[in-house]
Design a protein around this ligand. Structure first.
Ligand SMILES: Cc1ncc(COP(=O)(O)O)c(C=O)c1O
Length: 439
């Protein structure tokens, strides 16, 4: 399904800038970035796959509305917000350019972008199980998947996932709401409150001594050939990828409603926090299908965990890890603490990502504090990274700072459900940093 390796230029190997290995923030322009028209026809997925995903999502609306009181229409989407003037000025360099926030930190039910993929894959699995058992027929109202008889069937099935926390929560919430057994494999250093939150909804949390990548590998191995079970592979799932890609329709609709033009005179810059790459990769794919070359995807990674930058700079014929270049993968942005990028994503969107910006943890906290104070946005550190990156990207890109025709969309990927104590701790770190910087 993935693009043949020979299509890539392996001569471009070993081009990771030295600064990346030293943990210095960079704005890395992807030398493999290509025109959309050249790349999209070579990819294993197309607009038809994303359209079908969107249609399938809509089949589940009545089910979601039945299961979750907060989802009146059943649609899981977030608002597109304007940023406060002072933050906007810091990023775009003027008062006129549009700087918008795609507020997935407030996505209903889970408060994070990973729901777009994780909830979707659980629903798709539920559909398959129910169809096979003859408890659902095509065209039937999917709300019937919440009936007690169907729940009994789901209770005999397990779903497993390896996660830094937010994918696990998304899978856990959806899987448990339908009655599945859910097993979430997490690294030992994953946040305690994320583990507790999962146990509270009846999921089993399995802790692993290594990092996120080893938790995923262990989960994959333990579910191999298991019957009545489904493993959601954060590194390699097409369903996750397409679930994220469908988000592009939401953004397209919201920009149109605001009458914000997106064309060659009005480019759209989208800043996407990147862990393993599934969420930003899927969204990039969807946006490129809808907007083509006038959308400029910029991935954002912590200086200690630039796995996608390292992967794209090295080429896609072998997987590289940030440990290989001397980094320790230690970051407060736990959702982005990933040492190795998804090869599925690197191979699919590697030539559609315009740039990767790496950001130091301190900047995440400073932005987190400012955005709470100025814009009332409750973000986790991973989700604040897009602001730090947008500021650095605009400053480094000639003609972009002060360009009032460009629109910048910063995707805030998690945080609304952060426990109060965690959030207060993040705010006090932000205050200490601001004081030290004499701001
Ligand atoms: C808050 C947050 N932002 C961004 C991401 C990145 O998503 P991905 O790992 O699919 O690149 C994650 C991943 O868990 C996350 O939790």
């Amino acid at each position: 399904m993935t693009k043949p390796l020979s299509d890539y230029d392996s001569r471009a190997s070993n081009t990771i800038p030295a600064a990346v290995g030293q943990g210095v923030p960079v704005v890395w322009m992807n030398p493999r970035y290509r025109n959309t028209a050249e790349i999209l026809p070579t990819l294993p997925f197309s607009i038809v796959d994303v359209e079908n995903t969107e249609k399938r999502w809509r089949c589940f609306d009545p089910l979601l509305a039945r299961l979750f009181a907060e989802l009146e229409t059943g649609r899981i989407d977030s608002p597109l917000l304007s940023l406060d003037p002072s933050s906007r000025r810091r990023i775009a360099g003027n008062d006129d350019g549009a700087v918008l926030v795609k507020a997935d930190h407030a996505l209903p039910i889970t408060g994070c972008i990973k729901a777009r993929g994780g909830v979707y894959e659980v629903l798709a699995y539920a559909e398959t199980v129910a169809l096979e058992a003859g408890l659902l027929s095509p065209g039937e109202n999917y709300a019937c998947l919440a009936e007690p008889g169907v729940r009994e069937l789901f209770a005999k099935h397990s779903i497993a996932v390896g996660s830094t926390g937010n994918l696990g929560f998304s899978v856990g919430v959806m899987g448990r709401a339908l009655g599945f057994k859910v097993e979430v494999h997490m690294s030992h250093d994953a946040k305690d409150w994320k583990k507790r939150r999962l146990r509270d909804i009846g999921a089993t949390v399995v802790e692993h001594p290594g990092d996120y990548g080893s938790a995923v590998a262990a989960a994959r191995a333990s579910f191999l050939d298991k019957s009545c079970a489904h493993f959601i592979d954060d590194e390699d799932s097409i369903a996750l990828f397409l679930g994220y890609a469908a988000a592009a329709y939401d953004l397209e609709r919201q920009l149109a409603a605001l009458r914000i033009p997106v064309d060659s005179a009005h480019p759209l810059y989208v800043y996407l926090p990147c862990g393993v790459g599934g969420a930003p990769g899927g969204v990039t794919f969807g946006l490129k299908l809808l907007f083509g070359d006038v959308v400029h995807p910029v991935f954002v990674e912590p200086v200690a965990s630039p796995c996608m930058l390292a992967q794209l700079a090295t080429g896609i014929d072998r997987s590289v890890s940030v440990y290989d270049i001397g980094l320790d993968n230690h970051t407060a942005a736990d959702g982005l603490a990933v040492a190795r990028a998804s090869m599925l994503v690197a191979r699919t969107v590697g030539e559609l990502v315009e740039a990767v910006v790496t950001v130091p943890d301190d900047e995440l906290f400073l932005w987190l504090g400012d955005l709470w104070r100025e814009s009332n946005l409750r973000l986790e550190p991973s989700a604040a990274s897009g602001f730090a990156a947008a500021q650095r990207f605009c400053a480094a890109t000639p003609g972009l700072g002060g360009n009032d025709r460009a629109t910048h969309v910063i995707w805030t990927t998690g945080g609304a459900l952060l426990p109060e104590a965690e959030f207060q701790e993040a705010l006090s770190r932000a205050r200490a940093l601001a004081k030290a910087a004499d701001r």
